[in-house]
Design a protein around this ligand. Structure first.
Ligand code: ZN
Ligand code: ZN
Length: 372
């Protein structure tokens, strides 16, 4: 691990206050809530926290200054932090979530709204080219009567006696780091610091009511069947003004009669006749958004795949498109007319191909036998 002072960006002579300030600033920057749980940031957050937990304690800091990293971890215990790191971390996270870092937070409830799920079904083309979809959900929203406070308008909640209004309960715990003060959310008031005496009659003190909400969501081109979209903060409101949860929208895509999607590529089949396959031709193929000219070379075999670059599905959230792959299927004619039978027979003769005797052809044999 890097030098603890460097990690926190302070000098070796930094005061306790400077260390604390530096840590708070970094913790805000690196907190998973700020950067969406980015793994690198979480890792740095851990390092910075270890550095802070050492330097904030004058005895451990003295040891660290003299002997460095390993000495500060004490004697005999291989990984000094592992047994208690979870506790420390939870504690720090808990505070952070409650707006415990310095100025952040305000008077928000400690309780977040739950996450919620819903689903939307798209037509095949809508998924390929993107669309706007309205999703409607019934979910708890902030009560307008009490503005989410849960208190009947005109009344004030009383201060929580357990925590004295701070929403936090502090206790000392013996850890491998030494005697440490830990802070946890007050169980009586759930971190709100106050108790509602006269509940809002509209929401019964919950601060939220269930209502129907519609969101118009923008679906990016190229979305895949089975994707999930996250609408941050569009989920249920937290109780008593708490932060709202997220709304997750599961996306399913209807199948197409013509196209099959494989990643960003579109697969389709095109039937051609024996003559077209043998002699070659140019055909028009109606793709999702344009007509494609398909050149069939002479001597084309059934099952041949032609690739049309950039005519497939747009890359989700990016540039470019996949390819369109058209598989050529040679269609053998059925129910031949007499003239056709003659021509095919003649063709077989020229090529020296063995074919069924004329009497084996349905209609043809009947006509022949009638004239016999
Ligand atoms: Zn209310
Ligand atoms: Zn309390």
């Amino acid at each position: 691990m890097a030098d603890y002072y460097e990690l926190l960006g302070v000098s070796k002579s930094a005061t306790e206050d400077e260390i604390k300030k530096a840590y708070r600033k970094l913790a805000r920057e690196l907190h998973p809530d700020t950067n969406g749980g980015d793994a690198v940031a979480v890792e740095r957050f851990k390092e910075v926290t270890i550095a802070y937990e050492t330097l904030r304690d004058s005895e451990k800091r003295r040891q660290y200054d003299m002997f460095g990293d390993s000495a500060a971890r004490g004697q005999g215990s291989g990984d000094f932090f592992s047994p208690n790191f979870g506790d420390i971390f939870e504690n720090i996270f808990g505070q952070a979530f409650n707006g415990g870092f310095g100025d952040g937070g305000g008077q928000r409830s400690a309780r977040h709204g739950e996450d919620m799920e819903t689903s939307v079904t798209l037509k095949f083309e809508e998924a390929v080219f993107g669309t706007k979809k309205e999703v409607s959900v019934r979910l708890p929203v902030t009560c307008k009567t009490c503005a989410g406070s849960g208190s009947k308008p005109g009344t004030t909640p009383s201060v929580c006696k357990t925590c004295g209004g701070s929403g936090q309960v502090r206790r000392f715990a013996q850890t491998l780091l030494g005697r440490m003060m830990t802070t946890s959310t007050c169980d009586t008031c759930y971190g709100e610091g106050k108790i509602i005496t006269t509940p809002c009659s509209d929401c019964r003190g919950e601060g939220r009511k269930t209502e129907e909400r519609s969101y118009l969501i923008e679906i990016q081109p190229g979305i895949e069947d089975g994707s999930t979209l996250r609408l941050t903060g569009k989920g249920p409101a937290g109780p008593r003004g708490g932060y709202p949860g997220n709304l997750y929208v599961h996306v399913s895509v209807e199948a197409s009669d013509v196209f099959r999607r494989v990643g960003q590529d579109l697969h389709a089949q095109l039937g051609i006749s024996i003559s077209q396959a043998a002699l070659g031709t140019k055909l028009e193929f109606e793709s999702l958004d344009e007509m494609i000219e398909v050149s069939i070379p002479p001597g084309t075999q059934s099952g041949k795949v032609l690739r049309f670059r950039g005519k497939g599905v747009p890359n989700f959230g990016g540039r470019g498109r996949g390819d369109l792959l058209i598989e050529l299927m040679v269609m053998t004619p059925k129910d031949l007319m007499e003239e056709e039978i003659n021509l095919y027979t003649r063709l077989a003769e020229i090529r020296g191909e063995k074919i069924s005797e004329p009497h084996e052809h349905g209609l043809f044999s009947k006509i022949k036998s009638a004239f016999r």
